[in-house]
Design a protein around this ligand. Structure first.
Ligand code: ACO
Length: 333
């Protein structure tokens, strides 16, 4: 059986930097509150007319392909994870196919929020394992900023999110000890309403109903932060240990823990639980906030740029988010 390996990663961040101090001008919040609760200091916001969810993904994908020494035409399949598509339908996967000028390969859109990139990676891994495709582009990209409630009413959620994109290119690997060793996917739909945006949707008789634009509880993200936090710390740990046990590893074997960046306190809790030193975890939530499906490939791309991705190192990727969904992937580079 073939394995799949990541042969290139890239990322793109919108130019506009929005600090916690900028948010203080829009709502009743403070740098201290945001920093203490979440670790976030600043985030990037997309510029209308310049950035789209698809074109940011395309930019990240071009870098990933270049680092892999590949051309767009080498891509056999596209997987695009986002919760913030440019159109209600179709999803942005087809736009990336057009923007990269790739022949008529398949493009699949994945909707698993913060776990979206690992779900996408897992899908791509299965296609490569079966020999169906040789080269797959997996992209995570989000524009949250234009859908957040940037008033005091929405502050518990809006201060946490940022925009950005990341991408990875996967190819077949014949050495069974290398590449993606396993992926682990979970969900628990009973918590679907705990972290969601409902409108426009079929929970109403008409998708576009009178008063919808003022119905902020439906059109802006809603979250029971403490319930999410409690579930996140438990599920992150479970899915990480599941991956370790499946492959007969212990925490000592992990060279780099890459957790989805939802809250620095969640990442620090996991680091402590697993007794990992600082140089074996990577956090960038301070600079970008929660970029949802884009977070993990952005981290991988930054590690690549810092030359901290080394052959034979063991990478543990894990994510938790809306759904609830959670997932892990363990990779021998
Ligand atoms: N600035 C100032 N005060 C605020 C803000 C703000 N931005 N937001 C909320 N507050 C207030 C609240 O109104 C509340 O005030 P009260 O005590 O007078 O009622 C107080 O601060 C405490 O609010 P809590 O919500 O209890 O704060 P908490 O300590 O739980 O931290 C946080 C909130 C940061 C959201 C945390 O719960 C968290 O990180 N949860 C997990 C987030 C996560 O993992 N999300 C998953 C991924 S997202 C995805 O999948 C799309």
């Amino acid at each position: 059986m073939l394995q799949s390996k990541i042969v290139g990663v890239g990322h793109y961040l919108p130019e506009r930097v929005v600090t916690n101090y900028d948010l203080v001008n829009l709502m009743d919040t403070s740098d201290e509150w945001i920093r203490e609760r979440s670790g976030i200091e600043e985030r990037r916001f997309a510029t209308f007319g310049v950035d789209t969810t698809a074109n940011m993904g395309t930019k990240a994908a071009r870098i990933a392909l270049e680092r892999a020494g590949l051309e767009p035409d080498d891509v056999d399949f596209i997987v695009f994870a986002t919760l913030s598509p440019d159109y209600y339908f179709p999803g942005p996967g087809v736009t990336v196919q057009k923007e990269l000028g790739i022949k008529t390969v398949g493009a699949l859109d994945v909707r698993n929020q913060c776990s979206g990139f690992i779900y996408g990676l897992s899908v791509a891994d299965q296609f490569i394992k079966t020999g169906m495709y040789k080269t797959i582009l997996v992209i995570g990209s989000e524009i949250h900023s234009n859908g957040l409630d940037m008033t005091t009413r929405g502050r518990a959620v809006s201060v946490l999110f940022g925009d950005g994109a990341g991408a990875a290119v996967l190819q077949a690997e014949e050495d069974p000890s290398k590449g993606i060793l396993s992926t682990h996917l979970h969900s628990q739909g009973e918590f679907a309403d705990v972290l969601c945006v409902k409108a426009p949707g079929n929970f109403k008789e008409k998708k576009f109903y009178e008063g919808m634009l003022e119905d902020f509880d439906m059109i802006a993200p809603q979250m029971d932060g403490q319930l999410v936090f409690k579930n996140a710390v438990t599920r992150f740990a479970e899915v990480i240990y599941e991956a370790l046990e499946t492959n007969n590893f212990t925490t000592d074997d992990i060279d780099m823990l890459v957790t989805h960046q939802a809250n620095l306190r969640i990442s620090q809790f996991l680091q402590k639980k697993m007794q990992l030193p600082d140089d074996r975890v990577y956090n960038n939530i301070m600079k970008y906030g929660n970029t949802t499906a884009a977070t993990i490939p952005i981290v991988l791309s930054e590690l690549w740029e810092q030359k901290r991705i080394k052959p034979n190192d063991l990478y543990m990727l894990a994510a938790f988010g809306s759904g609830f969904t959670w997932a892990s992937a363990i990779i021998r580079w």
